[in-house]
Design a protein around this ligand. Structure first.
Ligand code: HEC
Ligand code: HEC
Ligand code: HEC
Ligand code: HEC
Length: 342
């Protein structure tokens, strides 16, 4: 009797467990490549709809009238180094917009102490000024990636002081010295790489200054040590896959969104999105190297990583599991100052 009840309970629990694992059909799939290549993008409408609903842009602030020959921010204010060319009204509108995008709870006080707008005494103001330059650089120098859509502070911050998705260099758990095998940051399932046990920090290798070559397939019959283009070790392969898992997760897509998986290396057989992704990799390395990493000394200690490095960006910072941030909607027509003329 007791055994029967126990077995019955076990069955019920197993049923509940399995139910939690299943994604209810019907799944949707879209063919992206030539027929027969299996280049399908599969998605679950129950999961896609809430994701897209969370990626709708807020209403833009009302535009301000243009007054020809009116005073600029540089005429009126003392310490404007980036936005000095704006009209005073557009400057005020911009301050209101960035407050909503970065510090809606703290308001102006997050970057300015009381009514003291001039001084650079808060680190957040100094960081913001550099962020302004970075945002303009993304929109004018990296059209190869962000196209006409572009980005604003909101793309990364989404109303948070600190963007939800950032990364730091990792040390990994301590390992014994001497002859003991090294951990190589592996076998510690990391969320950043889709809970796989491959390299938990592919970012330091591939998304900083002088990134390593993202290579698996040797171009020669025999490995050629010392030449990254031809050296395809198991380690390099796992590291590449780790980065690729991050890219897929960050964009909410399958590998087949960019590759024909019969030949990962082939650009001809891949999709156009792969080329966009390639520029994305170059852009992210550049942003981390030129803008984010050098801000290290500006941040208070509690904002730095365990190894003392500055917080940095990866694909998820902007994309947030969608193939195009905000599903491809642009804010630049409403806020053209973020795409300066070249
Ligand atoms: C996220 C940070 C941030 C927030 C929030 C913010 N500001 Fe600013 N503010 C800046 C930065 C950076 C500058 C300098 C811009 C430059 O150098 O071109 C600045 C400059 C100014 C100046 C010019 C001061 C001078 O004399 O040089 C005024 C005025 C100003 N802000 C008002 C505001 C008001 C009002 C709010 C709230 C509605 C606000 N700011 C919210 C970052 C911020
Ligand atoms: C490419 C993504 C990206 C864009 C675009 C971006 N930021 Fe940031 N921002 C970051 C990252 C990453 C950090 C570091 C997070 C941290 O401080 O831990 C950061 C930090 C900040 C901080 C410091 C917050 C704190 O509490 O330490 C401020 C303020 C800020 N950004 C303002 C802005 C403003 C204003 C804009 C638009 C002009 C902007 N950001 C655009 C990625 C971005
Ligand atoms: C958003 C587009 C994108 C997605 C999604 C993507 N990749 Fe990639 N993949 C690339 C790009 C771009 C490169 C080339 C990078 C370079 O050459 O610097 C690449 C390179 C590779 C390589 C190296 C090929 C060689 O020449 O040695 C392999 C292997 C690979 N990807 C596997 C995968 C796997 C497995 C997945 C899914 C987990 C995946 N990729 C998802 C864009 C993508
Ligand atoms: C600064 C924000 C930002 C970052 C960081 C970023 N992207 Fe993007 N990405 C965008 C924007 C904006 C678009 C939309 C461009 C358009 O509409 O033409 C885009 C588009 C793409 C597309 C084209 C999607 C399609 O369906 O055609 C791919 C692929 C892509 N990004 C991959 C990546 C990868 C991989 C990374 C990380 C290495 C990355 N992105 C990092 C902003 C970003």
């Amino acid at each position: 009797m007791i055994t029967t009840i126990r077995n019955g309970l076990a069955l019920v629990f197993t049923g509940l467990l399995l139910q939690g694992c299943w994604e209810a059909p019907p799944m949707e799939s879209e063919q992206l490549g030539f027929r027969g290549t299996g280049m399908l993008q599969t998605s679950n409408p129950d999961l896609t709809e809430p994701k897209l609903a969370a990626n709708v842009l807020p209403e833009p602030l009302a535009a301000v009238p243009v007054v020809e020959g009116g005073p600029t921010a540089a005429d009126v204010y003392e310490n404007v180094q980036v936005l000095g060319h704006l009209s005073v009204a557009e400057f005020a509108r911009t301050m209101t917009a960035i407050t909503a995008w970065v510090s809606p709870e703290q308001g102006c006080a997050y970057c300015h102490e009381g009514a003291n707008f001039v001084d650079d005494n808060l680190y957040t103001k100094v960081v913001s000024r550099r962020m302004m330059e970075m945002t303009m650089a993304i929109n004018s120098d990296w059209n190869s990636h962000v196209g006409e859509t572009g980005v604003t502070c909101l793309t990364c911050h989404r109303g948070n002081n600190v963007p939800e998705y950032i990364w730091f260099e990792q040390d990994g758990p301590p390992t014994a010295g001497g002859m003991a095998a090294k951990g190589y940051q592996q076998n510690h399932a990391a969320m950043d790489v889709g809970s796989t046990s491959m390299l938990s920090d592919p970012f330091s290798k591939y998304l900083t200054a002088e990134p390593e070559a993202i290579r698996v397939i040797s171009q020669t019959a025999l490995p050629q040590r010392g030449d990254a283009r031809h050296e395809s070790s198991t380690q390099a392969t796992e590291n590449t896959y780790s980065l690729m898992v991050h890219m897929s997760e960050g964009l909410g897509v399958n590998c087949t969104y960019c590759h024909n998986t019969r030949a990962f290396t082939s650009w001809e057989q891949g999709s156009p999105a792969r080329a966009t992704a390639w520029y994305g990799l170059q852009m992210v390395s550049n942003l981390n190297d030129e803008y984010l990493e050098p801000l290290g000394p500006t941040y208070p200690e509690h904002r730095l990583g365990a190894l003392g490095d500055a917080p940095k960006t990866n694909c998820t910072t902007c994309h947030q599991q969608v193939n195009k941030p905000f599903a491809g909607a642009s804010m630049l027509d409403d806020y053209p100052i973020w795409r300066p003329e070249q």
